[in-house]
Design a binder for this molecule. Structure first.
Ligand code: ZN
Length: 159
């Protein structure tokens, strides 16, 4: 099956944002293919103070085991660090490809959900850095991100 115009458009908006790293652009393309062109990238102009994020749908995937049924969605906020945020969220998604476990959150309320989501997000980070370096999906073209990322990790380890 060939990608639809909408699917193609989602790839283009990602590759247009990633200007500083050919490796990161290749990662976007690879993930888009892995998820059977279902990877979506939204670029909202509102809620600039909220963090960028990704989400996946799990119900259908549990039955079919088709990566496309995860329908991953990236929400990348409008900020001067939009490129960096996009690559960061792509690296989160890449952990699925690498077989890193994802956990479902069953929460009683928003507070509990946020706490669990925050823990899971932080659990991804130490794994993301080595994969980004070893697999050359690197931040070398985005050195500012790597620096901030390492600082953030050091904080996690030391807390
Ligand atoms: Zn993250």
């Amino acid at each position: 099956m060939l990608p639809s115009k909408f699917q193609q458009w989602n790839l283009s908006r990602m590759t247009e944002i990633i200007t500083r790293s050919a490796d990161a652009r290749a990662l976007a393309q690879r993930l888009w293919k892995f998820f059977e062109f279902q990877l979506q990238c939204r670029l909202p102009q509102i809620d600039k103070d909220k963090p960028s994020s990704f989400s996946i749908k799990i119900e259908l995937f549990l039955q079919t085991h088709r990566p496309g049924d995860l329908v991953p969605e990236l929400v990348i906020r409008d900020s001067p660090r939009r490129e960096e945020a996009l690559v960061h969220e792509l690296l989160h998604l890449n952990l699925i490809v690498l077989g890193y476990p994802k956990f479902r959150i069953h929460a009683k309320d928003d507070g509990q959900w946020n706490l669990a989501a925050n823990i899971l997000n932080k659990a991804d980070h130490p794994v993301m850095l080595p994969t980004s370096t070893i697999r050359k999906i690197n931040f070398l073209a985005l050195p500012d991100h790597q620096q901030r990322f390492c600082k953030a990790l050091t904080k996690i380890w030391n807390s």
